[in-house]
Design a protein around this ligand. Sequence first.
Ligand code: FES
Length: 587
Amino acid sequence: MVRDPTVLWHPIASVGDVPPRHVFHGQLLGRELAVWRADDGYINVWENRCLHRGLRLSIGVNNGHELMCQYHGWRYANRTAQCTYIPAHPADAPARTIFNRTFPAAERYGLVWSGEAPSGPPPEVGVLDAGSAMVLRSLPVDAPPGLVAEHLGRYRFCPNDRLDAEEPEVTADGHDDWSVLLTASAGGSSTTAAFFVQPVDSNRSVIRGVLSGSGEAADRLTVLRHHSTLLSNLRDRIEAYAATTPPPEPMEVKLHQVSEQLARVPVASVGRHAPLRVRVSRKWKTAEGVAGFELESIGEQLPSHQPGAHIDVHLPNGLVRQYSITNGPGEGTAYRIGVKREPNSRGGSECLHESVREGDVLAISEPRNNFPLRRDSVRTILLAGGIGITPLLAMAQTLRKDDLDFRLHCFAQSPAHLAFPELLKELGSSVTTHLGLTPEATVTRLRELVGRYETASHLYVCGPGPMLGAARRVATECGWPDDAIHFEYFRNDNEVDNSSSFEISLSRSALTLPVPAGKSVLEVLRANAIPVPSSCEQGACGTCGVTVLEGEPVHQDVYLNDSEKLAGDRIMTCVSRSRTDRLVLDI
Ligand code: FES
Protein backbone atom coordinates (compact mmCIF):
# COMPACT_ATOMS: atom_id res chain seq x y z
CA MET A 1 0.00 0.00 0.00
CA VAL A 2 1.33 3.46 -0.93
CA ARG A 3 2.09 5.47 2.19
CA ASP A 4 0.56 8.91 2.58
CA PRO A 5 3.28 11.22 1.19
CA THR A 6 2.18 14.16 3.32
CA VAL A 7 3.39 12.48 6.54
CA LEU A 8 6.83 11.61 5.13
CA TRP A 9 10.08 13.52 4.82
CA HIS A 10 11.15 14.14 1.23
CA PRO A 11 14.33 15.63 -0.21
CA ILE A 12 13.69 19.05 -1.76
CA ALA A 13 17.22 20.27 -2.54
CA SER A 14 20.84 19.39 -2.11
CA VAL A 15 22.71 21.35 0.56
CA GLY A 16 24.72 23.01 -2.22
CA ASP A 17 21.49 24.52 -3.58
CA VAL A 18 21.08 26.74 -0.51
CA PRO A 19 24.30 28.72 -0.04
CA PRO A 20 24.16 31.84 2.15
CA ARG A 21 22.22 34.84 0.77
CA HIS A 22 20.47 32.74 -1.90
CA VAL A 23 16.85 31.62 -2.26
CA PHE A 24 16.13 28.26 -3.90
CA HIS A 25 12.87 27.47 -5.67
CA GLY A 26 11.72 24.11 -4.27
CA GLN A 27 8.77 21.98 -5.32
CA LEU A 28 7.03 19.29 -3.33
CA LEU A 29 3.68 17.53 -3.67
CA GLY A 30 2.34 20.16 -6.06
CA ARG A 31 3.43 23.06 -3.86
CA GLU A 32 6.08 25.68 -4.58
CA LEU A 33 8.56 26.44 -1.82
CA ALA A 34 11.02 29.23 -1.06
CA VAL A 35 14.06 27.63 0.58
CA TRP A 36 16.76 29.83 2.13
CA ARG A 37 19.53 29.63 4.69
CA ALA A 38 19.92 32.45 7.22
CA ASP A 39 23.29 33.63 8.50
CA ASP A 40 22.78 31.60 11.70
CA GLY A 41 22.65 28.42 9.56
CA TYR A 42 18.92 27.84 9.92
CA ILE A 43 17.21 26.57 6.76
CA ASN A 44 13.81 28.11 6.13
CA VAL A 45 11.25 26.30 3.97
CA TRP A 46 8.23 28.51 3.27
CA GLU A 47 5.21 28.68 1.05
CA ASN A 48 6.53 30.43 -2.04
CA ARG A 49 4.31 33.51 -2.02
CA CYS A 50 4.36 36.91 -0.48
CA LEU A 51 1.28 37.55 1.64
CA HIS A 52 0.83 40.96 0.04
CA ARG A 53 0.40 40.32 -3.70
CA GLY A 54 1.36 36.66 -3.95
CA LEU A 55 4.67 37.22 -5.72
CA ARG A 56 7.12 34.30 -5.53
CA LEU A 57 9.47 34.75 -2.57
CA SER A 58 12.02 32.55 -4.37
CA ILE A 59 12.92 35.65 -6.41
CA GLY A 60 13.17 37.69 -3.20
CA VAL A 61 16.30 38.93 -1.45
CA ASN A 62 17.90 36.91 1.36
CA ASN A 63 19.84 39.40 3.50
CA GLY A 64 20.90 36.75 5.98
CA HIS A 65 18.22 37.45 8.59
CA GLU A 66 15.11 38.38 6.62
CA LEU A 67 13.66 37.47 3.26
CA MET A 68 12.43 40.51 1.33
CA CYS A 69 9.84 40.31 -1.42
CA GLN A 70 11.06 42.00 -4.62
CA TYR A 71 7.69 43.55 -5.44
CA HIS A 72 6.79 45.90 -2.57
CA GLY A 73 9.57 45.09 -0.13
CA TRP A 74 7.62 43.25 2.58
CA ARG A 75 10.13 41.52 4.87
CA TYR A 76 9.75 38.24 6.73
CA ALA A 77 11.87 37.02 9.66
CA ASN A 78 14.20 34.04 9.76
CA ARG A 79 12.63 30.97 11.45
CA THR A 80 9.07 32.24 12.01
CA ALA A 81 8.30 33.91 8.64
CA GLN A 82 6.60 36.71 10.58
CA CYS A 83 6.34 39.99 8.68
CA THR A 84 8.80 42.46 10.20
CA TYR A 85 8.46 45.46 7.93
CA ILE A 86 6.06 46.93 5.38
CA PRO A 87 7.69 49.81 3.48
CA ALA A 88 4.31 51.40 2.64
CA HIS A 89 3.74 51.83 6.40
CA PRO A 90 7.23 52.70 7.63
CA ALA A 91 6.04 54.20 10.90
CA ASP A 92 4.03 51.17 12.00
CA ALA A 93 4.96 47.79 13.39
CA PRO A 94 3.30 45.05 11.27
CA ALA A 95 0.67 43.04 13.13
CA ARG A 96 2.05 39.83 14.55
CA THR A 97 -0.75 37.94 12.79
CA ILE A 98 0.99 38.51 9.43
CA PHE A 99 3.20 35.50 8.79
CA ASN A 100 3.87 33.09 5.98
CA ARG A 101 3.40 29.34 6.16
CA THR A 102 6.52 27.45 7.22
CA PHE A 103 7.43 23.79 6.78
CA PRO A 104 9.86 21.65 8.77
CA ALA A 105 13.41 21.42 7.46
CA ALA A 106 16.32 19.08 8.12
CA GLU A 107 19.72 18.36 6.57
CA ARG A 108 20.90 14.80 6.12
CA TYR A 109 23.27 13.08 3.68
CA GLY A 110 23.95 16.34 1.85
CA LEU A 111 20.26 16.83 1.12
CA VAL A 112 17.66 19.26 2.48
CA TRP A 113 14.50 17.47 3.64
CA SER A 114 11.03 18.79 4.23
CA GLY A 115 7.39 17.73 4.15
CA GLU A 116 3.83 18.80 4.80
CA ALA A 117 3.59 17.25 8.26
CA PRO A 118 6.33 14.64 8.54
CA SER A 119 6.51 12.45 11.61
CA GLY A 120 9.79 11.35 13.21
CA PRO A 121 13.22 12.15 11.77
CA PRO A 122 14.19 12.00 8.05
CA PRO A 123 15.11 8.54 6.71
CA GLU A 124 18.25 6.98 8.16
CA VAL A 125 20.56 4.86 6.00
CA GLY A 126 23.30 3.40 8.18
CA VAL A 127 25.78 2.87 5.39
CA LEU A 128 25.64 6.56 4.49
CA ASP A 129 26.47 7.53 8.07
CA ALA A 130 29.72 5.58 7.97
CA GLY A 131 31.79 7.60 5.52
CA SER A 132 31.71 10.80 3.55
CA ALA A 133 28.78 10.55 1.18
CA MET A 134 28.74 11.91 -2.37
CA VAL A 135 25.58 13.65 -3.56
CA LEU A 136 24.80 12.93 -7.21
CA ARG A 137 23.47 15.55 -9.59
CA SER A 138 19.71 15.79 -9.18
CA LEU A 139 17.71 14.58 -12.16
CA PRO A 140 14.15 15.76 -12.93
CA VAL A 141 11.92 13.12 -14.53
CA ASP A 142 8.53 13.69 -16.16
CA ALA A 143 6.91 10.65 -14.59
CA PRO A 144 4.99 9.75 -11.41
CA PRO A 145 7.18 9.16 -8.31
CA GLY A 146 6.02 5.54 -7.87
CA LEU A 147 7.00 4.65 -11.44
CA VAL A 148 10.39 6.30 -11.00
CA ALA A 149 11.07 4.34 -7.78
CA GLU A 150 10.04 1.11 -9.52
CA HIS A 151 12.52 1.65 -12.38
CA LEU A 152 15.26 2.73 -10.00
CA GLY A 153 15.02 -0.74 -8.47
CA ARG A 154 16.48 -2.05 -11.74
CA TYR A 155 19.30 0.52 -11.94
CA ARG A 156 22.72 -1.02 -12.64
CA PHE A 157 26.03 0.73 -11.89
CA CYS A 158 29.69 0.04 -11.01
CA PRO A 159 31.46 0.48 -7.66
CA ASN A 160 33.33 3.79 -7.37
CA ASP A 161 36.79 2.32 -7.80
CA ARG A 162 35.81 -0.27 -10.43
CA LEU A 163 34.05 1.91 -12.98
CA ASP A 164 35.45 -0.32 -15.72
CA ALA A 165 33.77 -3.47 -14.32
CA GLU A 166 31.90 -5.29 -17.08
CA GLU A 167 29.41 -7.31 -15.03
CA PRO A 168 29.02 -5.70 -11.61
CA GLU A 169 26.69 -7.47 -9.25
CA VAL A 170 23.93 -5.16 -8.01
CA THR A 171 21.74 -6.17 -5.08
CA ALA A 172 18.69 -4.37 -3.74
CA ASP A 173 19.01 -3.73 0.02
CA GLY A 174 15.75 -1.85 0.33
CA HIS A 175 12.95 -0.57 -1.84
CA ASP A 176 9.74 1.35 -1.20
CA ASP A 177 7.56 3.89 -2.99
CA TRP A 178 9.96 6.76 -2.38
CA SER A 179 13.44 5.30 -2.08
CA VAL A 180 15.72 2.51 -3.32
CA LEU A 181 18.93 1.22 -1.74
CA LEU A 182 21.32 -0.66 -4.07
CA THR A 183 24.83 -2.05 -3.63
CA ALA A 184 27.13 -2.67 -6.59
CA SER A 185 30.05 -5.11 -6.16
CA ALA A 186 32.90 -6.08 -8.47
CA GLY A 187 36.43 -7.40 -7.91
CA GLY A 188 36.25 -7.04 -4.13
CA SER A 189 34.97 -3.43 -4.25
CA SER A 190 31.48 -2.29 -3.44
CA THR A 191 29.51 0.97 -3.34
CA THR A 192 26.03 1.57 -1.98
CA ALA A 193 23.72 4.05 -3.66
CA ALA A 194 20.62 5.44 -1.96
CA PHE A 195 18.07 7.00 -4.29
CA PHE A 196 15.29 9.19 -2.94
CA VAL A 197 12.45 10.21 -5.22
CA GLN A 198 11.22 13.76 -4.65
CA PRO A 199 7.52 13.94 -5.57
CA VAL A 200 7.28 17.28 -7.35
CA ASP A 201 3.64 16.57 -8.18
CA SER A 202 1.61 13.57 -9.34
CA ASN A 203 3.41 13.34 -12.69
CA ARG A 204 6.84 14.87 -12.05
CA SER A 205 9.71 13.70 -9.86
CA VAL A 206 13.33 14.41 -9.09
CA ILE A 207 15.83 11.60 -8.52
CA ARG A 208 18.24 12.47 -5.72
CA GLY A 209 21.06 10.00 -5.22
CA VAL A 210 23.73 9.66 -2.56
CA LEU A 211 26.72 7.27 -2.75
CA SER A 212 28.36 5.72 0.29
CA GLY A 213 32.03 6.03 1.16
CA SER A 214 32.74 8.17 -1.87
CA GLY A 215 35.17 10.37 -0.03
CA GLU A 216 37.85 7.85 -1.00
CA ALA A 217 36.88 7.80 -4.67
CA ALA A 218 40.00 8.63 -6.65
CA ASP A 219 38.20 10.67 -9.23
CA ARG A 220 34.89 12.08 -8.01
CA LEU A 221 34.21 13.73 -11.34
CA THR A 222 34.47 10.40 -13.19
CA VAL A 223 32.10 8.79 -10.67
CA LEU A 224 29.61 11.65 -11.10
CA ARG A 225 29.86 11.35 -14.89
CA HIS A 226 29.33 7.56 -14.70
CA HIS A 227 26.04 8.00 -12.81
CA SER A 228 24.99 11.02 -14.84
CA THR A 229 25.15 9.00 -18.06
CA LEU A 230 23.41 5.94 -16.58
CA LEU A 231 20.68 7.93 -14.85
CA SER A 232 20.02 10.06 -17.95
CA ASN A 233 19.49 6.85 -19.93
CA LEU A 234 17.21 5.54 -17.19
CA ARG A 235 15.26 8.83 -17.20
CA ASP A 236 14.70 8.51 -20.99
CA ARG A 237 13.38 4.98 -20.54
CA ILE A 238 11.06 5.99 -17.68
CA GLU A 239 9.67 8.98 -19.58
CA ALA A 240 9.14 6.88 -22.73
CA TYR A 241 7.23 4.33 -20.66
CA ALA A 242 5.24 7.00 -18.79
CA ALA A 243 4.15 8.50 -22.12
CA THR A 244 2.35 5.25 -22.96
CA THR A 245 0.29 5.19 -19.75
CA PRO A 246 -2.57 7.49 -18.73
CA PRO A 247 -1.36 10.38 -16.50
CA PRO A 248 -2.34 10.15 -12.83
CA GLU A 249 -4.87 12.49 -11.22
CA PRO A 250 -3.30 15.86 -10.31
CA MET A 251 -2.35 16.29 -6.67
CA GLU A 252 -4.61 18.50 -4.65
CA VAL A 253 -2.58 21.14 -2.85
CA LYS A 254 -4.04 22.11 0.48
CA LEU A 255 -3.73 25.87 0.82
CA HIS A 256 -4.30 27.01 4.36
CA GLN A 257 -7.04 29.48 5.12
CA VAL A 258 -6.02 32.66 6.92
CA SER A 259 -8.12 31.51 9.89
CA GLU A 260 -6.01 28.32 10.15
CA GLN A 261 -2.85 30.42 10.14
CA LEU A 262 -4.24 32.65 12.86
CA ALA A 263 -4.85 29.61 15.04
CA ARG A 264 -1.06 29.47 15.46
CA VAL A 265 -0.98 32.90 17.08
CA PRO A 266 -1.11 32.71 20.87
CA VAL A 267 -4.31 34.14 22.31
CA ALA A 268 -2.60 36.89 24.21
CA SER A 269 -3.98 40.08 22.86
CA VAL A 270 -6.23 40.58 25.87
CA GLY A 271 -5.02 41.85 29.22
CA ARG A 272 -1.58 40.88 30.45
CA HIS A 273 -1.59 37.22 29.56
CA ALA A 274 1.67 35.37 29.26
CA PRO A 275 1.30 32.56 26.74
CA LEU A 276 5.01 31.79 26.33
CA ARG A 277 7.24 29.80 28.65
CA VAL A 278 10.97 30.44 28.56
CA ARG A 279 13.95 29.12 30.47
CA VAL A 280 16.68 31.42 31.76
CA SER A 281 19.56 29.92 29.78
CA ARG A 282 22.08 32.55 30.84
CA LYS A 283 22.27 35.25 33.50
CA TRP A 284 25.28 37.48 33.76
CA LYS A 285 26.47 40.87 34.92
CA THR A 286 26.56 43.00 31.79
CA ALA A 287 27.32 46.33 33.52
CA GLU A 288 27.45 47.85 36.98
CA GLY A 289 24.04 47.12 38.51
CA VAL A 290 22.69 45.58 35.28
CA ALA A 291 22.00 41.88 34.77
CA GLY A 292 21.66 40.36 31.31
CA PHE A 293 19.25 37.47 30.79
CA GLU A 294 18.90 35.09 27.89
CA LEU A 295 15.45 33.54 27.77
CA GLU A 296 15.28 30.47 25.55
CA SER A 297 12.12 28.91 24.29
CA ILE A 298 10.69 25.78 25.85
CA GLY A 299 9.27 23.80 22.95
CA GLU A 300 7.67 26.20 20.50
CA GLN A 301 9.66 28.58 18.35
CA LEU A 302 9.74 32.07 19.87
CA PRO A 303 7.74 34.67 17.91
CA SER A 304 9.90 37.06 15.91
CA HIS A 305 10.44 40.50 17.36
CA GLN A 306 10.79 43.82 15.59
CA PRO A 307 13.41 46.35 16.69
CA GLY A 308 12.00 48.37 19.60
CA ALA A 309 9.74 45.55 20.84
CA HIS A 310 9.34 44.59 24.50
CA ILE A 311 7.98 41.63 26.41
CA ASP A 312 6.08 41.43 29.68
CA VAL A 313 7.95 39.24 32.14
CA HIS A 314 5.76 37.61 34.82
CA LEU A 315 7.94 37.29 37.88
CA PRO A 316 7.83 34.59 40.56
CA ASN A 317 6.64 37.20 43.08
CA GLY A 318 3.54 37.94 40.98
CA LEU A 319 4.73 41.25 39.54
CA VAL A 320 4.73 41.95 35.80
CA ARG A 321 7.50 44.05 34.28
CA GLN A 322 8.32 45.16 30.74
CA TYR A 323 11.76 44.68 29.21
CA SER A 324 12.98 45.55 25.73
CA ILE A 325 14.45 42.83 23.54
CA THR A 326 18.04 43.65 22.58
CA ASN A 327 18.40 40.96 19.91
CA GLY A 328 19.43 41.90 16.42
CA PRO A 329 17.34 40.77 13.46
CA GLY A 330 17.23 37.05 12.79
CA GLU A 331 18.36 36.07 16.31
CA GLY A 332 15.39 33.93 17.19
CA THR A 333 16.41 31.14 19.58
CA ALA A 334 16.36 33.25 22.77
CA TYR A 335 15.33 36.76 23.79
CA ARG A 336 18.08 38.80 25.43
CA ILE A 337 17.06 41.47 27.95
CA GLY A 338 18.87 43.76 30.37
CA VAL A 339 17.57 44.55 33.85
CA LYS A 340 18.91 47.42 35.90
CA ARG A 341 18.61 46.99 39.61
CA GLU A 342 16.61 50.02 40.70
CA PRO A 343 17.71 51.50 44.04
CA ASN A 344 14.05 51.98 44.95
CA SER A 345 12.89 48.74 43.41
CA ARG A 346 9.25 47.95 44.08
CA GLY A 347 10.12 44.28 43.75
CA GLY A 348 10.59 43.79 40.00
CA SER A 349 14.28 44.36 39.32
CA GLU A 350 15.17 43.09 42.81
CA CYS A 351 13.41 39.79 42.15
CA LEU A 352 15.19 39.31 38.82
CA HIS A 353 18.57 40.18 40.33
CA GLU A 354 18.21 38.24 43.58
CA SER A 355 15.84 35.34 43.02
CA VAL A 356 15.76 34.37 39.37
CA ARG A 357 18.53 31.92 38.48
CA GLU A 358 19.76 30.14 35.37
CA GLY A 359 17.44 27.22 34.63
CA ASP A 360 14.35 28.94 36.06
CA VAL A 361 11.23 28.96 33.93
CA LEU A 362 9.38 32.25 33.44
CA ALA A 363 6.13 33.16 31.75
CA ILE A 364 6.33 35.99 29.24
CA SER A 365 4.05 37.72 26.78
CA GLU A 366 4.61 37.68 23.05
CA PRO A 367 6.70 40.67 21.86
CA ARG A 368 4.80 43.93 21.35
CA ASN A 369 6.21 46.87 19.51
CA ASN A 370 5.03 50.35 20.40
CA PHE A 371 8.40 51.88 19.55
CA PRO A 372 8.82 50.88 15.90
CA LEU A 373 11.86 51.76 13.80
CA ARG A 374 11.47 53.41 10.40
CA ARG A 375 13.80 52.04 7.78
CA ASP A 376 13.15 54.78 5.22
CA SER A 377 15.07 57.42 7.17
CA VAL A 378 18.09 59.03 5.50
CA ARG A 379 19.62 59.82 8.90
CA THR A 380 18.82 58.11 12.19
CA ILE A 381 20.06 59.30 15.58
CA LEU A 382 19.69 56.96 18.55
CA LEU A 383 20.10 58.52 22.01
CA ALA A 384 20.41 56.08 24.90
CA GLY A 385 20.56 57.02 28.58
CA GLY A 386 21.80 54.19 30.84
CA ILE A 387 19.66 51.08 30.54
CA GLY A 388 17.67 52.88 27.82
CA ILE A 389 20.23 51.31 25.52
CA THR A 390 18.20 48.08 25.30
CA PRO A 391 15.60 48.86 22.57
CA LEU A 392 18.12 51.04 20.75
CA LEU A 393 20.59 48.15 20.55
CA ALA A 394 18.03 46.13 18.60
CA MET A 395 17.47 49.14 16.32
CA ALA A 396 21.19 49.78 15.80
CA GLN A 397 21.84 46.15 14.88
CA THR A 398 18.97 46.23 12.37
CA LEU A 399 20.15 49.48 10.79
CA ARG A 400 23.68 48.14 10.58
CA LYS A 401 22.61 44.90 8.92
CA ASP A 402 20.53 46.89 6.43
CA ASP A 403 23.47 49.23 5.68
CA LEU A 404 21.48 52.30 6.75
CA ASP A 405 23.07 55.47 8.10
CA PHE A 406 22.82 55.87 11.89
CA ARG A 407 24.64 57.06 14.99
CA LEU A 408 24.14 55.56 18.44
CA HIS A 409 25.01 57.85 21.36
CA CYS A 410 25.24 56.19 24.77
CA PHE A 411 25.13 58.30 27.93
CA ALA A 412 26.39 56.57 31.08
CA GLN A 413 28.22 57.29 34.33
CA SER A 414 31.37 55.38 33.40
CA PRO A 415 32.60 52.62 31.04
CA ALA A 416 31.58 50.08 33.69
CA HIS A 417 27.99 51.30 33.41
CA LEU A 418 27.71 50.59 29.67
CA ALA A 419 25.45 47.55 29.29
CA PHE A 420 26.12 44.90 26.62
CA PRO A 421 29.63 46.21 25.78
CA GLU A 422 30.23 43.26 23.43
CA LEU A 423 27.29 44.32 21.26
CA LEU A 424 28.41 47.94 21.31
CA LYS A 425 31.84 46.83 20.18
CA GLU A 426 30.34 44.97 17.22
CA LEU A 427 28.61 48.19 16.14
CA GLY A 428 32.06 49.77 15.83
CA SER A 429 32.45 53.39 14.85
CA SER A 430 28.69 54.01 14.70
CA VAL A 431 28.69 54.19 18.52
CA THR A 432 29.83 57.18 20.58
CA THR A 433 29.87 57.13 24.36
CA HIS A 434 29.32 60.16 26.58
CA LEU A 435 30.47 59.36 30.09
CA GLY A 436 30.09 61.01 33.46
CA LEU A 437 28.31 64.17 32.25
CA THR A 438 26.40 66.42 34.64
CA PRO A 439 22.73 67.12 33.79
CA GLU A 440 23.70 70.55 32.40
CA ALA A 441 26.55 69.11 30.32
CA THR A 442 24.17 66.43 29.05
CA VAL A 443 21.77 69.07 27.71
CA THR A 444 24.63 70.94 26.00
CA ARG A 445 25.86 67.68 24.45
CA LEU A 446 22.35 66.76 23.32
CA ARG A 447 22.06 70.11 21.56
CA GLU A 448 25.31 69.43 19.67
CA LEU A 449 24.27 65.91 18.71
CA VAL A 450 20.71 66.58 17.64
CA GLY A 451 21.41 69.68 15.51
CA ARG A 452 19.00 71.28 13.05
CA TYR A 453 16.32 69.07 11.62
CA GLU A 454 16.97 67.74 8.13
CA THR A 455 14.23 66.21 5.99
CA ALA A 456 13.67 62.47 6.45
CA SER A 457 15.75 62.33 9.65
CA HIS A 458 14.49 60.47 12.69
CA LEU A 459 15.46 60.65 16.33
CA TYR A 460 14.90 57.82 18.83
CA VAL A 461 15.37 58.40 22.55
CA CYS A 462 15.17 56.02 25.48
CA GLY A 463 16.45 56.62 28.98
CA PRO A 464 15.56 58.10 32.35
CA GLY A 465 12.72 60.67 32.39
CA PRO A 466 14.86 63.85 32.82
CA MET A 467 17.25 62.94 30.00
CA LEU A 468 14.38 61.94 27.76
CA GLY A 469 12.48 65.15 28.49
CA ALA A 470 15.61 67.21 27.78
CA ALA A 471 16.21 65.42 24.46
CA ARG A 472 12.63 66.02 23.34
CA ARG A 473 12.81 69.68 24.34
CA VAL A 474 16.12 70.23 22.57
CA ALA A 475 14.89 68.50 19.41
CA THR A 476 11.74 70.61 19.32
CA GLU A 477 13.83 73.78 19.77
CA CYS A 478 16.02 72.65 16.88
CA GLY A 479 12.99 72.41 14.61
CA TRP A 480 12.37 68.67 14.73
CA PRO A 481 8.69 67.88 14.10
CA ASP A 482 6.88 65.66 16.59
CA ASP A 483 6.55 62.81 14.11
CA ALA A 484 10.34 62.63 13.71
CA ILE A 485 10.95 62.32 17.47
CA HIS A 486 10.32 58.82 18.80
CA PHE A 487 10.70 58.03 22.48
CA GLU A 488 10.09 55.34 25.04
CA TYR A 489 9.81 55.98 28.76
CA PHE A 490 10.64 53.26 31.29
CA ARG A 491 7.72 54.33 33.43
CA ASN A 492 5.23 57.11 33.97
CA ASP A 493 6.45 59.30 36.82
CA ASN A 494 3.40 61.60 36.58
CA GLU A 495 0.94 61.43 39.43
CA VAL A 496 -2.23 59.95 37.98
CA ASP A 497 -5.45 61.68 39.08
CA ASN A 498 -8.36 59.26 38.89
CA SER A 499 -10.83 61.29 40.94
CA SER A 500 -13.16 62.19 38.05
CA SER A 501 -16.19 60.17 36.98
CA PHE A 502 -17.65 60.01 33.47
CA GLU A 503 -19.24 57.65 30.95
CA ILE A 504 -17.79 55.72 28.06
CA SER A 505 -19.86 54.76 25.04
CA LEU A 506 -18.49 51.91 23.03
CA SER A 507 -19.48 52.51 19.44
CA ARG A 508 -18.89 48.99 18.15
CA SER A 509 -20.26 47.17 21.18
CA ALA A 510 -23.33 49.42 21.59
CA LEU A 511 -22.66 49.70 25.32
CA THR A 512 -22.50 52.64 27.67
CA LEU A 513 -20.58 52.13 30.90
CA PRO A 514 -19.95 54.42 33.87
CA VAL A 515 -16.33 55.02 34.91
CA PRO A 516 -16.43 55.87 38.62
CA ALA A 517 -13.72 57.73 40.51
CA GLY A 518 -10.90 55.39 41.51
CA LYS A 519 -11.36 53.07 38.50
CA SER A 520 -9.55 53.31 35.18
CA VAL A 521 -11.22 52.97 31.79
CA LEU A 522 -9.21 49.78 31.32
CA GLU A 523 -10.52 48.30 34.58
CA VAL A 524 -14.11 49.10 33.62
CA LEU A 525 -13.66 47.54 30.19
CA ARG A 526 -12.09 44.45 31.69
CA ALA A 527 -14.85 44.09 34.29
CA ASN A 528 -17.35 44.06 31.42
CA ALA A 529 -15.41 41.45 29.42
CA ILE A 530 -14.38 43.92 26.71
CA PRO A 531 -10.99 42.73 25.48
CA VAL A 532 -8.27 45.40 25.43
CA PRO A 533 -4.59 44.44 25.50
CA SER A 534 -2.40 46.02 28.15
CA SER A 535 1.16 45.80 29.34
CA CYS A 536 2.65 48.42 31.68
CA GLU A 537 -0.74 49.67 32.99
CA GLN A 538 0.82 53.00 33.94
CA GLY A 539 0.61 54.97 30.69
CA ALA A 540 4.13 54.37 29.42
CA CYS A 541 4.02 51.62 26.80
CA GLY A 542 1.07 52.46 24.53
CA THR A 543 -0.38 48.94 24.44
CA CYS A 544 -3.83 49.84 25.80
CA GLY A 545 -4.48 52.72 23.40
CA VAL A 546 -7.91 53.06 21.80
CA THR A 547 -9.39 55.54 19.33
CA VAL A 548 -11.60 58.35 20.65
CA LEU A 549 -14.52 59.27 18.37
CA GLU A 550 -16.16 61.94 20.53
CA GLY A 551 -15.37 63.77 23.76
CA GLU A 552 -12.29 65.45 25.16
CA PRO A 553 -9.73 63.23 26.85
CA VAL A 554 -7.52 64.14 29.79
CA HIS A 555 -4.18 62.58 28.92
CA GLN A 556 -2.11 61.34 31.82
CA ASP A 557 0.28 59.06 29.93
CA VAL A 558 3.85 59.59 28.73
CA TYR A 559 3.40 57.55 25.58
CA LEU A 560 1.67 60.01 23.22
CA ASN A 561 3.59 63.03 21.95
CA ASP A 562 2.28 66.60 22.28
CA SER A 563 0.66 66.68 18.82
CA GLU A 564 -1.07 63.37 19.44
CA LYS A 565 -2.38 64.60 22.79
CA LEU A 566 -3.60 67.79 21.17
CA ALA A 567 -5.39 65.86 18.45
CA GLY A 568 -7.31 64.07 21.22
CA ASP A 569 -8.28 61.11 19.06
CA ARG A 570 -6.50 58.43 21.07
CA ILE A 571 -6.19 57.62 24.78
CA MET A 572 -4.29 55.21 26.95
CA THR A 573 -7.12 53.51 28.78
CA CYS A 574 -4.98 52.52 31.76
CA VAL A 575 -4.50 56.10 33.00
CA SER A 576 -6.29 58.68 30.87
CA ARG A 577 -9.74 60.06 31.61
CA SER A 578 -12.33 62.46 30.23
CA ARG A 579 -12.90 66.19 30.52
CA THR A 580 -16.39 65.80 29.01
CA ASP A 581 -19.20 63.77 30.59
CA ARG A 582 -18.91 61.18 27.88
CA LEU A 583 -16.17 59.70 25.75
CA VAL A 584 -17.14 57.70 22.68
CA LEU A 585 -14.56 55.01 22.04
CA ASP A 586 -14.06 52.97 18.87
CA ILE A 587 -14.38 49.57 20.54
FE1 FES B 1 0.92 50.59 28.91
FE2 FES B 1 -1.60 51.46 29.13
S1 FES B 1 -0.85 49.43 29.37
S2 FES B 1 0.12 52.51 28.38
